[in-house]
Design a binder for this molecule. Structure first.
Ligand SMILES: *[C@@H]1O[C@H](CO)[C@@H](O)[C@H](O)[C@H]1NC(C)=O
Ligand SMILES: *[C@@H]1O[C@H](CO)[C@@H](O)[C@H](O)[C@H]1NC(C)=O
Ligand SMILES: *[C@@H]1O[C@H](CO)[C@@H](O)[C@H](O)[C@H]1NC(C)=O
Ligand SMILES: *[C@@H]1O[C@H](CO)[C@@H](O)[C@H](O)[C@H]1NC(C)=O
Ligand SMILES: *[C@@H]1O[C@H](CO)[C@@H](O)[C@H](O)[C@H]1NC(C)=O
Ligand SMILES: *[C@@H]1O[C@H](CO)[C@@H](O)[C@H](O)[C@H]1NC(C)=O
Ligand SMILES: *[C@@H]1O[C@H](CO)[C@@H](O)[C@H](O)[C@H]1NC(C)=O
Ligand SMILES: *[C@@H]1O[C@H](CO)[C@@H](O)[C@H](O)[C@H]1NC(C)=O
Ligand SMILES: *[C@@H]1O[C@H](CO)[C@@H](O)[C@H](O)[C@H]1NC(C)=O
Ligand SMILES: *[C@@H]1O[C@H](CO)[C@@H](O)[C@H](O)[C@H]1NC(C)=O
Ligand SMILES: *[C@@H]1O[C@H](CO)[C@@H](O)[C@H](O)[C@H]1NC(C)=O
Ligand SMILES: *[C@@H]1O[C@H](CO)[C@@H](O)[C@H](O)[C@H]1NC(C)=O
Length: 417
């Protein structure tokens, strides 16, 4: 320990000199085992860049440093947790009295970093030169957006920023898994949104206006929600999300992505007058609320909410939107609503949903779709063949009349001779 205390400042200075030039930090490994069974429950390969603002004679200075490779698991403060009582924690200590605790939580489908707590020691004058205060400060956040499916490893190569009061922790090159069932990382991976290349990502090379690659049409998926084993919401649809966001340099970015058929957790339920469908992956939460107006005997889509990550160039890489006063797809109960054409539903200013080959029916206990009410887009689509057909019929009629008149004339002419 004494060796570490002596050696650390030298190491830190070297590291701090390096951060300005290259981001070199290599991942540091941590493991938490259950004290009784000796079974590994948390594994983590972490690279973290910290930046902390602190007071220097009534001015704020920024200290930047990385999680050093000498950082160790604090076994006394780490724990695998006790089911339903305490949550698993990975406690890390480093440098002269700095620490980081990663608290986990889970439900039936996924686990997440529910809280990140950082303590930094302002008395460490190597990291916090000229600090006007001494002693340890603790900051924390519950908004980490570190979320993974059950039995998968959370993986994030690109920077993932977690903000706390006065301090930022930027995770990168992360592999992290809690609630482990085996002593190594799972084969399956939950990729963070920063690593998912947006389907619309323009090639960041040209100086001229980049042409976004066309996004393929989404796969059409059939969803069905049951209420006490009776279907109460049927939907067949290809879903595409379209988000306009502000980039770090203040420009407008567009993030268009499809809801795929695989890797999506489908959930939903109904009451007599409400029905919802929720689609989620490790990083996306999408929900559709339907309402029944029993006096008018119609159902309609009244609410949509979305929570997702955004591409790494977004100023805020977490996006949330919700609108609960919509009135889309209004349809008589006992009928279904159908829209084969691409339909764009404006949810909020920056967020639209494109639907493809949609058919939906709520508050009807049938296993199959009832007769359909078509959207006006489809009817307009039908207009072209109708107009062409009518024009053709008109043409035939004109030719026929012309022929009849001509025949009559020539007949009459014959008679005069
Ligand atoms: C736990 O496992 C490690 C390595 O597998 C072993 O060295 C250690 O003795 C074990 N401890 C207990 C209490 O079983
Ligand atoms: C934890 O809670 C769940 C549901 O509340 C229950 O089914 C389970 O048996 C509990 N586990 C323990 C170990 O108490
Ligand atoms: C599980 O947790 C996530 C994130 O906290 C939440 O969005 C989701 O609805 C939860 N699922 C269930 C089945 O409770
Ligand atoms: C997810 O974890 C919970 C533990 O609470 C477990 O009950 C459930 O079966 C797991 N789900 C999957 C898909 O592994
Ligand atoms: C912090 O502690 C050091 C050493 O104990 C002392 O020299 C310094 O004056 C203290 N600074 C403040 C702002 O209290
Ligand atoms: C985060 O959540 C925990 C438990 O719900 C709570 O005790 C803590 O105060 C929260 N922290 C912040 C920063 O909101
Ligand atoms: C944390 O990051 C945000 C967004 O990049 C930035 O505005 C803020 O100044 C940072 N805070 C610190 C302490 O580095
Ligand atoms: C996404 O929305 C933007 C802004 O409304 C629009 O210009 C763009 O065409 C939309 N893209 C798709 C694929 O719908
Ligand atoms: C980025 O977000 C921060 C914090 O919300 C804000 O202060 C800043 O103005 C934003 N930058 C741009 C370019 O929008
Ligand atoms: C669905 O809603 C009914 C009440 O309408 C409730 O009894 C049931 O537990 C709910 N099912 C789920 C899975 O949430
Ligand atoms: C829901 O509808 C059923 C059948 O029409 C009825 O028996 C029940 O009382 C209704 N429940 C509520 C909460 O209105
Ligand atoms: C959907 O319905 C639930 C339950 O009534 C509500 O809590 C939620 O805010 C609604 N979401 C939207 C976007 O309307």
């Amino acid at each position: 320990m004494s060796w570490r205390q002596v050696k650390m400042p030298v190491y830190w200075m070297a590291v701090m000199l390096l951060i300005g030039v290259v981001q070199v930090a290599t991942a540091v490994q941590f493991e938490v085992k259950d004290g009784k069974t000796n079974i590994t429950c948390i594994l983590a390969d972490l690279s973290i860049n910290f930046s902390v603002s602190y007071n220097v004679s009534s001015k704020m200075e920024l200290a930047t440093f990385v999680l050093p490779s000498e950082a160790v698991t604090n076994i006394n403060k780490s724990s695998c947790g006790v089911e339903n009582t305490t949550a698993p924690v990975l406690a890390i200590q480093f440098g002269s009295n700095h620490s980081l605790s990663i608290h986990f939580a889970r439900n039936n489908t996924r686990y997440e970093v529910a809280e990140l707590v950082m303590s930094y020691n302002l008395s460490d004058k190597i990291i916090f030169p000229n600090a006007s205060e001494n002693g340890t400060k603790t900051v924390s956040t519950n908004k980490t957006a570190v979320l993974a499916e059950n039995d998968t490893v959370y993986k994030c190569m690109n920077p993932h920023l977690i903000r706390m009061d006065n301090a930022n922790a930027t995770f990168h090159d992360i592999r992290l898994e809690a609630y482990l069932k085996q002593s190594n990382f799972s084969q399956k991976v939950s990729t963070c949104s920063e690593d998912i290349t947006p389907t619309s990502a323009p090639a960041p090379v040209t100086t001229t206006a980049p042409v976004p690659a066309p996004v393929p049409d989404p796969p059409v998926v059939q969803y069905s929600v049951n209420r006490s084993s009776e279907p109460c919401l049927l939907a067949k649809v290809g879903l595409q999300m379209n988000i306009t966001y502000t980039t770090k340099d203040g420009k407008n970015g567009s993030y268009v992505f499809n809801i795929e058929s695989k890797g999506v957790t489908v959930d939903g339920n109904c009451t007599n007058t409400t029905a919802y469908l929720s689609l989620s992956t490790g990083s996306i939460d999408l929900r559709f609320n339907f309402t029944l107006n029993s006096s008018l005997e119609v159902f309609y889509l009244d609410g949509v909410s979305l929570s997702t990550g955004l591409p790494a160039d977004a100023n805020d890489t977490h996006f949330e939107a919700a609108n609960s006063s919509l009135n889309y797809m209004q349809t008589n109960v006992h009928k279904s609503f159908k829209c084969n054409s691409k339909q764009t539903l404006q949810i909020t200013d920056p967020f639209t949903v494109n639907t493809y080959h949609l058919q939906v029916q709520a508050f009807n206990s049938d296993n199959t779709f009832a007769s359909a009410v078509e959207c006006s887009l489809d009817e307009n689509g039908m207009l072209v063949p109708i107009v062409v057909g009518a024009a053709l019929a008109g043409l035939v009629l004109i030719v026929l009349i012309a022929y009849l008149i001509g025949r009559k004339r020539s007949h009459a002419g014959y008679q005069t001779i």
